[in-house]
Design a protein around this ligand. Structure first.
Ligand code: AMP
Ligand code: GLY
Length: 629
């Protein structure tokens, strides 16, 4: 199998290694902008040229009878390289030009999010003139970001406080952009911690990777100019120390909704890498930007930990049969640090000899802007070599990356603080302060199963949002695609999903739900109008953690559902009814009662009026029980 890799940085070195690690025999061909000695050593063929020279790339692919291609950087995607290759019958892991607008046009992405109601979109407005700029800036107060539209190589974003110190300056910058023929977005400045969450998409299915944090600033303590990324880390549990599990679920959800929105918008699926740049904020996860490729340095963390076969994953992507099994990661932490030339990024020294002979583990090195000459290895003026440490904890991985990066000699520097305890602790502290509590991890994590409107869930959501309940709803799952409870969740940016049970036994269906829930660390499961009886295996898996609400004072009127229960109450001439929260065991409405709330039945009550009265009690009862737990 002949594979073409486009690009020649450290990210592509990582991809090349993953391809060569496959148990499938492949010949690798690289079309790069420079000669990367790491990739060269793994390649059967290697050409250098311009990465946007569509015809040159196509000709090289045809000459070498390429079976499929994978595209590393963004420029070839925006130039339409994938369109040219695919039209010539060479499938690609990488989106076509129209779909790659997700990265190449920031306004496209924001408008897509708005049109398809994708959560996590900050307040924004798109401008092609100065009209309305002043008003919108003053609406945002001092918290705005100005983004030039189009690919700007990471230099198109100016943030209030960092790059712009007054609204006048902001206004002048907008004028300058227009003067240069650019349009721009102004959006709300988000406050929190950034993280990358990258998924592979075959057009219909996603396989997610892991959460990674990059460090964009050049110098220690997050100071200095922005760079392409000075280093990254990931944790053994595939989360990050400052994230809540609901943050990861939200990122997955946003990636999935975005892939689906693109499919609807263009009538073709997004095939390639969907890289969400997210911000965890006090108000949940927000999307900063999308990239249509792997991150650099994120790719080094991803491929250092990938256990499954990447060639198989690429083939599954191309053939539309991608599953999460194609992207499996070892439970190790990773830290990646870039050695960059002195003066980087503004005035880097270039063409200086460097020496990597003292490095203990050459497999930990990923070459980027280097040139192998007869008399040795030269840096060429940009991010030079990335070094990855892998270990059981972030701190141990940091030690290993730090030791190795110090063994690279030359006029280079790196950020010694990336992955250290003091920097990671700062991130955690910042998020704790933002979330307004020092006990973030003690929030009770709730999952909800429901088949109907989920009316009694609303007071629980409201109590959490008002800060009156120290919990988070991690996910809402329904067996009914049209259940309003799903929309209710979506309105509050709570991950929600329909799980189809067609043709499944009860055990099979519940197993599917257990698998989904295993993505979260759930403390309790609330059944709210859930019209299925749980299987014994489900009850066992979440023993003592499942709560159901029943609209009568159990044990009276057990077994019925909805209006039938209230009708039975009236028919029996009861003067009092209410709701019961009980633990779920293997029987129907037989589990231990935890809380009841009562109301009177008047002679004028109908089943409907009783239902409304009892429903009003259910939310309160849930809140009391959750608080108690
Ligand atoms: P981008 O070019 O979209 O990757 O943006 C570059 C950097 O600007 C991001 O990594 C963020 O640090 C920052 N940024 C972009 N958008 C926002 C926003 N809405 N709020 C705060 N920071 C932002
Ligand atoms: N890690 C930043 C990027 O790849 O854009």
């Amino acid at each position: 199998m002949n594979i073409l890799l486009i690009g020649s940085g450290a990210r592509e070195h990582a991809i090349a290694r993953a391809i060569k690690k496959s148990k499938i025999h492949t010949s690798l061909f690289c079309f790069g902008s420079s000669s990367n000695p790491g990739i060269f050593a793994l390649s059967t063929g290697y050409a250098t040229g311009t990465l946007t020279a569509v015809n040159d790339i196509l000709a090289y692919a045809q000459l070498n009878r390429i079976d499929w291609a994978i595209i590393g950087p963004e420029a070839p995607l925006a130039a339409g390289v994938v369109d040219a290759l695919e039209d010539a019958g060479i499938p690609c892991v990488g989106p076509r030009k129209q779909l790659a607008q997700l990265e190449s046009s920031k306004s496209f992405t924001r408008e897509l999010m708005t049109k398809y109601n994708i959560p996590g979109c900050p307040k924004y407005t798109y401008f092609s003139s100065l009209e309305g700029v002043a008003t919108f800036l003053s609406e945002l107060g001092d918290a705005y970001v100005i983004k030039a539209d189009g690919l700007m190589g990471g230099k198109g974003v100016k943030v209030a406080g960092d790059h712009l110190t007054s609204r006048y300056q902001a206004y002048d910058w907008c004028k300058e952009l227009l003067h240069d023929g650019k349009t721009f977005l102004i959006e709300e400045k988000l406050v929190g911690q950034e993280f990358s969450f990258i998924s592979l998409s075959d057009g219909n299915n996603l396989a997610h990777t892991i959460c990674i944090q990059d460090h964009k600033r050049a110098y220690e303590g997050d100071t200095g100019p922005n760079t392409g990324g000075m280093g990254t880390y990931s944790d053994a549990n595939h989360s990050l120390p400052f994230l809540e599990s609901s943050n990861i679920a939200a990122a997955k959800h946003i990636n999935a909704l975005t892939a689906e929105a693109l499919r609807q918008e263009f009538g073709m699926g997004y095939r390639g890498v969907l890289y969400g740049g997210f911000m965890a904020t006090a108000d949940g996860v927000k999307l900063i930007e999308y990239n249509a490729r792997f991150g650099d340095p994120e790719a080094m963390n991803i491929f250092a930990l990938l256990e499954s076969d990447f060639v198989e994953a690429c083939m599954a992507t191309i053939e539309g049969r991608l599953t999460q099994n194609h992207m499996q990661f070892s439970h190790k932490a990773s830290v990646c640090k870039y050695a960059v030339p002195n003066g980087y990024p503004d005035a880097p020294v270039a063409n200086q000899l460097i020496n990597v002979e003292a490095v203990m583990n050459p497999d930990a090195l990923y070459f980027s802007a280097v040139d192998q000459k007869a008399d040795g290895l030269y840096e060429t003026g940009s991010r030079t070599i990335a070094v990855v440490g892998i270990a059981d904890t972030i701190l141990l991985a940091e030690n290993s990356a730090e030791e190795e990066v110090r063994r690279i000699h030359g006029p280079l520097f790196h950020r010694a603080d990336i992955g250290t305890k003091s920097l990671v602790d700062k991130r955690v502290q910042m998020m704790q302060d933002l979330r307004g509590t020092a006990s973030v991890s003690q929030k009770i994590r709730i999952a909800v199963l429901g088949s109907t409107r989920g009316t009694s869930l609303q007071p629980v959501i409201d109590a959490i949002e008002r800060g009156g309940l120290h919990g988070t709803i991690e996910v809402v799952i329904s067996n009914n695609p049209n259940a309003y409870i799903l929309q209710r969740a979506a309105h509050h940016s709570i991950p929600s999903m329909y799980i189809d049970g067609a043709g499944m036994t009860r055990d099979e269906y519940d197993q599917k739900i257990i698998t989904e829930l295993s993505n979260y660390q759930i403390d309790i499961i609330l059944l709210i109008g859930y019209m299925r009886i749980l299987s014994p295996s489900f009850v066992k898996a979440y023993s003592g953690k499942i709560l159901n609400v029943h609209p009568s004072l159990l044990p009276k009127f057990a077994g019925g559902m909805d209006l039938n229960v209230h009708k039975a109450v009236i028919d029996a001439g009861e003067t009092e009814t209410g709701c019961t929260i009980h633990m779920v065991d293997e029987g129907v409405d037989t589990g231990k009662i935890v809380r009841q709330k009562k109301c009177g039945v008047s002679p004028l009550d109908t089943a409907e009026s009783l239902k409304a009265k009892v429903q009003a009690l259910e939310g309160e009862a849930f809140i009391e029980v959750i608080k108690y737990i």
